[in-house]
Design a protein around this ligand. Structure first.
Ligand code: SF4
Ligand code: SF4
Length: 456
């Protein structure tokens, strides 16, 4: 399939250009001091919760496996700290409901080196063994989706993958962790891409980078040149015009190839697999060492933070600890957003931990919050702005009206509600401040619950 990005001179249809606010882009990744305690939820990914392997009182070393996968769509978890298991039980999650988690209290004198990993010979591994090794790292999509990486890279019998698409768009305002990873960890990224190509059988990898990160494109281009010829195939870095929500798989494939993923299907339908740069750079670091995922890069930003930046954060670090270190100790839960301002959600409790899928923590001022969550909602004036902005070609205005009338089944059957991937463009442009995307989330949840009840 031919690349079309700059040949077409446009990205994908519709979408928006919110203010970028990427003030942390020039700040190198720094390690956050280890917190005195971490909370490792057993459910940090799409799929089934993992099973705890430790009990209260057990001593654990950093990198040790503390939870095992419970089925194929599940991953193990590893101790982010050397210390003692203080509790295994329910703890608050960022979204509200309490979840089963392992609480570890750090030994203050421990060096916190990861000594649990065992170097492994990846060259000698078959594709199936490589998938198993990826699963052993506990890796999930670090771009926010948190889908188990080994499951994504497992190509079903009869299917074929020719292209690995590497997502380096990072189109959400404020977030810059992927940008810094591309600049500072390009060798690990290329190593991870090669493992992913071997695991999926792809002979070509295309790294899609938005043109507001030209320095990352140049750094990766130089790293590809240093790498030279590789047995796995070819790796290219491609610029795409900056536009939100290009970081979504559908939009990125449209921007790079002019190719549309059929409704309800995955990139696999086009012979492609999409993975984020942070995920692949972590794989490139962890796989050869036989280590598990114990930390990730998180952007901390927003005008409520005195020391914004990109921090290397142990998984399970309480948000409150992060905010204290970054200079926002007085932040209230309603001002703190996990992820970007477009798709992220306000946290329910600052005691909740950073999990594998969290790419950003934003502390927004009252003014920034007002831009995101308008207090007063006016009636729809049928201006059509939301229709013009929807990258999926949906009719958010009609969906909003149906949601208000609680006609959820019609939203699904006639207006393709489940094609909405909650990018928030329609809400952003609506002059009446109608919380469209919030209404769509609720409608989907109600429909899912009704279907479950009917199945029972
Ligand atoms: S309807 Fe869904 S996909 Fe379309 S703009 Fe709104 S949130 Fe995005
Ligand atoms: S943007 Fe808002 S006011 Fe305009 S048509 Fe859509 S829902 Fe109505």
């Amino acid at each position: 399939m031919r690349l079309v990005s700059y040949l077409r001179g446009e990205a994908f249809q519709r979408g928006i250009h919110p203010p970028e606010e990427k003030h942390t882009a020039a700040l190198p990744i720094r390690r956050l001091p280890f917190p005195p305690r971490v909370v490792v939820p057993l459910m940090q990914h799409i799929g089934k919760a993992s099973r705890a392997l430790v009990r209260v009182g057990d001593e654990v070393v950093r990198g040790q496996r503390i939870a095992e996968a419970s089925d194929w769509l599940s991953v193990p978890h590893h101790a982010p700290l050397t210390g003692r298991v203080e509790a295994v039980g329910l703890r608050p999650s960022a979204r509200g409901p309490w979840q089963e988690a392992i609480v570890i209290r750090a030994y203050p004198s421990a060096t916190q080196q990861d000594l649990a990993g065992k170097p492994q010979d990846l060259e000698a591994m078959s594709r199936a063994q490589l998938i198993e090794a990826i699963r052993d790292t506990g890796m999930v999509g670090l771009g926010g989706a948190a889908f188990p990486t080994h499951a994504k890279f497992s190509v079903p019998a009869g299917a074929e993958v020719h292209t690995l698409v590497v997502n380096g768009c990072e189109c959400e305002p404020y977030l810059t962790c992927d940008h810094r990873i591309m600049l500072e960890r390009s060798e690990w990224l290329l190593a991870g891409i090669r493992y992913a190509m071997r695991a999926t059988g792809a002979r070509r990898a295309i790294i899609g980078i938005e043109d507001n990160k030209a320095d990352a494109h140049a750094a990766i281009g130089a790293a590809i040149a240093r790498l030279g010829t590789i047995p796995e195939g070819e790796i290219h870095a491609e610029l795409v015009p900056t536009k939100y929500p290009q970081g979504s798989e559908k939009m990125l494939l449209m921007a790079l190839f002019g190719a549309e993923i059929p409704a309800g299907q995955l990139p696999l339908a086009l012979g492609m697999v999409v993975s984020n740069v942070g995920t692949l750079a972590s794989l490139g670091e962890l796989l050869p060492a036989g280590r598990g995922l114990t930390e990730r890069v998180v952007t901390i930003a927003g005008s409520g933070v005195k020391r914004p930046g990109n921090y290397l954060v142990p998984i399970g670090t309480p948000i409150s600890w992060l905010l204290e270190y970054a200079g926002a100790p007085e932040a209230k839960a309603k001002e703190v957003i996990l992820g970007g301002p477009m798709m992220g959600q306000a946290v329910a409790s600052l005691d909740a931990p950073i999990t594998k899928g969290v790419s950003g923590v934003l502390v927004l001022s009252a003014q920034e919050l007002a831009r995101r969550e308008k207090a007063k909602v006016y009636p729809c004036i049928k201006c059509g702005e939301c229709v013009e902005s929807c990258p999926m070609g949906l009719n958010p205005s009609m969906l909003g009206m149906l949601a208000a009338r609680r006609e959820y089944e019609t939203m699904e059957s006639d207006y393709h509600l489940f094609e909405c991937f909650e990018c928030g463009c329609c809400t952003y442009v609506c002059p009446s401040y109608i919380p469209l995307v919030q209404q769509f989330r609720v409608a989907k949840q109600i429909l899912r619950e009704r279907k479950l009840a009917a199945a029972r």
